[in-house]
Design a protein around this ligand. Structure first.
Ligand code: BGC
Length: 703
């Protein structure tokens, strides 16, 4: 309890006093979870506090299967990713951390940083999209937010956990370059930049070996190359062995101790698992508990401020909604001239507070799209409603209204992938019928990820709202009526047809004989569409606004002698329209394909800028040597190759506004580089900074 010692010293001092049984007790959970998602009992003899765990990435979900407490249902992580705003990701993490703490938890199983490899994946709504850079930036910020509340984050699911079909067992057959460039960067950033406290080992195998006993992933890469100091816990039921798991890097089995209780004790006693190995697992857990103050803090749980956090949920939902189509500037709707609006569809009468499975939060309250629209439209507008089960009746209602809004969507859940990318049920027919009845039809999609849109040419407006969380209807209405200017951008490509997706053969997905071949390699998401010259329905990074933006004055400057491993990219962005709004300025880099095939462009930077009409902002990006690198399998490291690099800046991956290039002569560049560690964030600063910005941008006062 000597707080003057380091967490490592304190852990060692404690381990020296522990019996074998006491050590083992710390390495697995208990079936009685005491109302939490996971529970490791404390040790009163030694003063070790119990460890309590909760799900999950979209809000706090205590309990295991049976949820025992309400919490704020934030927009799904995919919606957060669509904000392209790390400040909001930090705020999102702050809510997760604070509510997890107030509900008595030490660890939260969030964020999820698996790449959305297949758009039909059952947990796409839980991902931060298809791009490793965007996922890394947003994931790091979520972790910073959580951990600034002294709650331990858990980045999951490590690694290459990209489908729900056969999720327990499928083996991702993935080459080392693809692993390092696509599937691992967000985990690496979580460790190196955000100093995440725990990592969850995934259900699936990677290259034939279960993640929870995968030496390459756990011992060599995570703990070796990246220097991870926290502990690895298994996903629920993802442990399959005692000796292999314990010796290859798994520190804790959850939710119970099938392999890491009695069997582990025997394995230590008969020498199959060394005591030093056991001590290392115990050390990692204890040093993290010390580092997060679990031994020192008096437990002062607060109560959840549901109003304040509901406002945050709404703000993030608004910022994450993506305006995909707005022909003839139908939107925003004008409540003084609108007259009448028909609200139609199976998703209109119920808020989409989240997807199914372990991320599902029981919210304090929920606002349906219908309620949100009624409340916002006011007395001057006639709002009518049909759930759409009777298509003819819905079309009739649409015909008699000035504008029709169809709220459609899907129902993603953990444990199974979507059987197709089509909207379930008769929703396509409903949209066709309504659009035929009323030319002023707007579709709002409460969909966790991409869906096919055979009706796209016949609707005038389209908003991708994701699963917006408890404030669904208020956020949708704010967007439709222009209280909020849309600024979300797609974190995932929307394909035009099912055959266009990158992993299209059965060998690739869902796999044959238990193996999914990641044979598309690094060509995942937009990288694949670009390589195969396939025009997506809506590209990665795409999203409209009620205003317009002009890009100008691009300059690309190599760092010079003082910063030889940096390239600075500068430009100006101007709000050239008549409304205040935000633009996500995206920087893509085209690495020369001299040594290995490269995508024509990869996201390497983005800035969300908030601009008044006429206002110009200067935006600067710094490209590091790592940004220019590819993973060289022979060198087993990051390498910058010689050649001409294309710099592309734009409003989406397929709307490049400015271009330039620079040349690298290999001699000037370090062959292998590491990520810089930024300063840690202090508790409290995030919320304060955010409130200040919010107050400036919008006339909203947040407590
Ligand atoms: C999920 C994890 C979750 C855990 C605990 C598993 O089935 O894959 O994401 O954290 O359950 O609920």
């Amino acid at each position: 309890m000597n707080a003057a010692l380091t967490p490592d010293q304190r852990a060692d001092a404690l381990i020296a006093r522990m019996t074998l049984d006491e050590k083992i007790a710390l390495l697995h959970g208990m079936s009685d979870m005491q109302g939490h998602t996971g529970y490791v009992p404390g040790n009163s003899r030694l003063g070790i506090p119990p460890l309590t765990f909760t799900d999950g990435p979209a809000g706090v979900r205590p309990g295991n299967g049976v949820t025992t407490a309400s919490a704020t249902a934030l927009p799904a992580p995919a919606a957060l990713a669509a904000t392209w705003d790390p400040n909001l990701a930090r705020l999102y993490g702050t809510v997760l951390g604070k509510e997890a703490f107030d509900l008595g938890n030490d660890v939260i199983f969030a964020p999820m940083v698996n790449i959305a490899r297949v758009p039909q994946g059952g947990r796409v709504f839980e991902t931060l999209g298809e791009d490793p850079y965007l996922t890394s930036q947003m994931g790091v910020a979520v972790i910073d937010g959580i951990q600034a509340q002294h709650v331990i984050a858990d980045v999951k699911h490590y690694a290459a956990n990209n489908q729900e079909d056969d999720r327990c067992c499928v083996s991702a057959a993935v080459d080392q370059r693809t692993l390092h460039e696509i599937y691992l960067p967000a985990f690496e950033a979580a460790v190196r930049q955000a100093h995440v406290g725990t990592v969850m080992a995934a259900y699936n195998k990677v290259n034939g070996v279960y993640s929870s006993e995968n030496r390459t992933l756990l011992a060599d890469i995570l703990k070796g190359q990246w220097g991870f100091a926290g502990w690895v816990l298994s996903d629920y039921g993802a442990t399959h062995s005692t000796v292999a798991a314990a010796t290859n890097g798994l520190d804790m089995e959850l939710p119970t101790g099938l392999y890491f209780s009695d069997a582990l004790k025997v394995a230590v006693q008969d020498g199959r698992v060394r005591m030093a190995t056991l001590d290392e697992h115990v050390h990692r857990i204890l040093r993290t508990m010390f580092a997060f103050g679990l031994f020192d803090r008096p437990v002062r749980r607060g109560t959840i401020d549901r109003r304040a956090n509901g406002r945050i949920a709404r703000y993030i939902a608004e910022q994450g909604m993506v305006l995909l189509k707005n022909d003839g500037s139908l939107l925003p709707l004008n409540d003084s001239t609108l007259g009448s609006i028909a609200v139609i569809g199976p998703k209109a009468g119920r808020a989409m507070t989240g997807g199914g499975g372990s991320s599902h939060v029981i919210p304090f309250y929920a606002v349906s799209p219908l309620t949100g629209i009624i409340n916002r439209a006011g007395h001057g507008v006639t709002v009518t409603y049909a759930d759409g089960s009777d298509v003819a009746a819905a079309a009739k209602l649409a015909r008699s209204s000035n504008v029709a809004v169809v709220v459609a969507g899907d129902d993603e859940y953990e444990g199974a992938d979507r059987s197709s990318l089509e909207l379930p049920g008769a929703q396509d027919q409903l949209i066709e019928a309504v659009a035929a009845a009323n030319p002023h039809t707007v579709v709002v999609l409460n969909a966790g990820g991409p869906v096919l849109m055979p009706w796209i040419d016949r609707v005038q407006g389209l908003v991708q709202a994701w699963y917006p969380g408890e404030e669904d209807g208020n956020a949708v209405a704010a967007l439709l009526f222009g209280d909020v200017n849309p600024s979300g951008k797609l974190p995932i490509t929307f394909p035009r047809s099912a055959g266009d997706v990158p992993a299209v053969t059965r060998q690739q997905y869902p796999g044959v004989n238990g193996v999914a071949q990641y044979s598309e390699g690094i060509f995942v998401g937009y990288r694949a569409y670009d390589r195969r010259n396939i025009a997506p329905l809506f590209p990665f990074g795409y999203g409209l606004s009620y205003t317009t933006f002009r890009y100008s004055n691009l300059s690309v400057t190599p760092g010079g002698p003082s910063a030889p491993d940096r390239v600075t990219v500068r430009l100006d962005v101007t709000n050239s329209g008549r409304r205040a709004g935000a633009e996500v300025v995206q920087l893509y880099l085209g690495i020369p394909s001299t040594a290995v095939p490269e995508p024509s462009r990869q996201l390497k930077g983005f800035h969300k800028v908030y601009l008044k009409p006429g206002q110009t902002q200067h935006v600067a990006f710094a490209l590091s040597a790592r940004d220019l690198s590819y993973w060289d399998t022979r060198a087993n490291g990051w390498v910058v190759q010689r050649g001409r690099y294309q710099v592309m800046v734009g409003s989406s991956s397929r709307d490049i506004r400015l271009q330039s290039s620079f040349t690298v002569s290999q001699a000037n560049w370090p062959r292998s580089v590491t990520i810089q560690t930024p300063p840690r964030v202090q508790p409290g600063t995030i919320v304060a900074a955010w409130m200040h910005r919010l107050a400036r941008e919008r006339a909203v006062i947040v407590r």
